[in-house]
Design a protein around this ligand. Structure first.
Ligand SMILES: O=C(O)[C@H]1O[C@H](OP(=O)(O)OP(=O)(O)OC[C@H]2O[C@@H](n3ccc(=O)[nH]c3=O)[C@H](O)[C@@H]2O)[C@H](O)[C@@H](O)[C@@H]1O
Length: 438
C-alpha cells in the first residue's frame, strides 16, 4: 500500500519544476524533493526485495496455481535435506532386478494397493497425492498411514506442480511411473467439470512433460477407464472397438488422455501403457462408488437408488476385484519396455499399449444389491430409478484376451467373494460407529 502511495505521489510531481507554485523557499522545496526521492528509492528496494524473496523461497509454495476446481488443496510443503532423505529411502530398490516407481494418486484406492504390492516385493516406491476432498480425506490419510507402515513415503503435492515433479526426478532416477492420480467418478463431472480438466488433462500433460525431460526417461503405466467405450454396443468391449462416443466428460478426459499418450510416445519416445479399468471394487475402496455407499446406506436403513434402463432393462457392470487389478498393474510395469528418448529427444520408436482390465462377467446392479443384503444380513430398501442421462452407460463387459496374452492377466475373484472381503473390511474399519462413512 505505502509503495502504491509513493508511486501516485511521484506521478503528481510535475516534470517541469519551473511551473511549480513556490510557497516556501526553493531551497526547502528541493530538500523535500530529494528526501522524497530517497524515500521512494528506499521503499522501492524493499518492495523489490520482498517480491524476490517471495519467488525464491520454497519452489513448492509458489508453484501451485490457485485452483477453483478443487475444494480443498492445501499448499504442499516439500524440500530440504531431511525430506530428500525420506524420498530417497522410500524409492530405494531392495530386491535384485527391482524397479523404482513413482506412484501418483498413491493415497487413492488403486494407488494404495499397487504401492503396497510393489513395496512388498522389494521395489522402490515413492507416493504422491494431493489429498483433495472429493471424498472423505480421512480415508486417504488412513491409507497413507497404512503405506507409511510398509515403508512407502507419500509426498503431499499436486501433479500439476511441475517444480515438485522435477525435484522428485532430480532426487531419484525413477525407472517407472505408475500414474493413477485422477479425478474419478462418472456423475460428478456434471457438478465440477473443471476438476476433470485440471487432473485428467492438465495433470497428465504435466506428468508427461516432466517424464519426457527426465534423464533417463521412465516407462509410464497409467489409468484410463472402461468408460471410454461410451455408447459402444458391441460386446464384449475390445481394445479395437470404437471409443469416440464418450457418454460423460469423465470418459472424454480419459479418451483425451489416450490421445495425449499417443502424442508423447510419438514425439518423445516415451513408453506408455494405458489401462482401462472396469469398475474396480474392494477393501479400502472409494466411498463415491455404488457398492460402497449402498453398503453404508443399507446398514443405516436408508433407501438406495438402483438404476434401470428403459422398459425395466438391466443395468450391469463388469465389477473387477482390486487384487486382480493390482496383478494387471504390476504385470504392465514388468512388461513395459524402456522409453527410447533422452534429453527431451526421441531416439527411436517406443512401446505404446492399451489394455482392458476387467473381470469378463458382468453382473446386474440388482444382483450386487442382493449379495450385499446377504452379507450384511439386512434387507435393502430399494428405489428403482430410470438410468440418468448424466454419463452412466447401461452395461460394461471386458474382452481381456489382449491382457491375457501380453500380461498373463487372469482375474480370479468373483463378485460374491470380492464383496465378502469388502464387507469384512468395511465393518472393521467403521467398527462401532467410531468413524462415520460420510
Ligand atoms: O469402469 C470404469 O471405468 C469406472 O467405474 C466406475 O464407474 P461406474 O461403473 O459408474 O461405478 P459406480 O458409480 O459404482 O456404479 C456402478 C453401477 O451402479 C449403478 N448405480 C450407481 C449409483 C446409484 O446411485 N445407483 C446405481 O444403480 C451405476 O449405474 C452402475 O451401473 C468408477 O466410478 C469410475 O471412476 C471408473 O472409471
Amino acid at each position: 500500500m505505502s509503495q502504491l502511495k509513493q508511486i501516485s505521489h511521484l506521478d503528481n510531481i510535475p516534470s517541469t519544476p519551473g511551473k511549480f507554485k513556490m510557497e516556501k523557499s526553493p531551497y526547502t522545496h528541493r530538500l523535500r524533493w530529494h528526501s522524497s526521492l530517497a524515500k521512494l528509492t528506499f521503499w522501492s528496494f524493499i518492495f523489490l526485495g520482498l517480491i524476490l524473496i517471495f519467488f525464491l523461497r520454497s519452489p513448492s509454495s509458489s508453484s501451485i496455481p490457485s485452483d477453483p476446481s478443487r475444494r480443498s488443496l492445501r499448499t504442499s510443503n516439500w524440500g530440504g535435506p531431511a525430506w530428500e532423505k525420506r524420498v530417497r529411502s522410500s524409492a530405494r530398490v531392495r530386491s535384485r532386478n527391482g524397479i523404482s516407481v513413482l506412484v501418483t494418486g498413491a493415497a487413492g484406492f488403486v494407488g494404495t494397493h499397487v504401492s503396497a504390492a510393489l513395496k512388498r516385493r522389494g521395489d522402490g516406491v515413492l507416493g504422491l497425492d494431493n489429498f483433495n476432498d472429493y471424498y472423505d480425506p480421512s480415508l486417504k490419510r488412513a491409507r497413507q498411514a497404512l503405506l507409511e507402515r510398509t515403508g512407502v513415503f507419500v509426498v503431499e503435492g499436486d501433479i500439476n506442480d511441475s517444480a515438485l515433479l522435477r525435484k522428485l526426478f532430480e532426487v531419484v532416477a525413477f525407472t517407472h511411473v505408475m500414474h493413477l492420480a485422477a479425478q474419478a467418478g462418472v456423475r460428478y463431472a456434471m457438478e465440477n467439470p473443471s476438476s476433470y480438466v485440471h487432473s485428467n488433462i492438465a495433470g497428465l500433460v504435466n506428468v508427461l512433460e516432466v517424464c519426457k525431460s527426465a534423464n533417463p526417461q521412465p516407462a509410464i503405466v497409467w489409468a484410463s477407464s472402461s468408460s471410454v467405450y461410451g455408447l459402444n454396443t458391441k460386446v464384449p468391449f475390445s481394445e479395437k472397438d470404437r471409443t469416440d462416443q464418450p457418454a460423460s466428460l469423465y470418459a472424454a478426459t480419459k479418451k483425451a488422455g489416450e490421445e495425449i499418450a499417443h502424442t508423447y510416445n510419438h514425439i518423445y519416445g516415451l513408453s506408455l501403457t494405458g489401462l482401462r479399468f472396469f469398475t474396480v471394487y474392494g477393501p479400502w475402496g472409494r466411498p463415491d462408488m455404488a457398492y460402497f455407499f449402498f453398503t453404508r446406506d443399507i446398514l443405516k436403513g436408508k433407501s438406495i437408488p438402483i438404476f434401470e434402463a428403459a422398459n425395466h432393462g438391466t443395468v450391469a457392470r463388469d465389477f473387477t476385484y482390486i487384487d486382480d487389478i493390482v496383478k494387471g498393474c504390476l504385470a504392465s510395469l514388468d512388461t513395459a519396455e524402456k522409453s527410447t528418448g533422452s534429453g527431451g529427444k526421441k531416439k527411436g520408436a517406443a512401446q505404446l499399449r492399451v489394455f482392458n482390465l476387467g473381470n469378463t462377467s458382468p453382473v446386474p446392479v440388482t444382483d450386487l444389491v442382493s449379495i450385499l443384503e446377504r452379507l450384511l444380513k439386512v434387507k435393502a430398501k430399494r428405489t428403482m430409478l430410470k438410468l440418468p442421462r448424466n454419463g452412466d452407460v447401461q452395461f460394461t463387459h471386458a474382452n481381456i484376451s489382449s491382457a491375457q496374452r501380453e500380461l498373463g492377466y487372469k482375474p480370479t475373484t468373483d463378485l460374491q467373494t470380492g464383496l465378502k472381503k469388502f464387507v469384512r473390511w468395511y465393518l472393521s474399519y467403521y467398527a462401532g460407529g467410531k468413524k462415520s462413512a460420510a
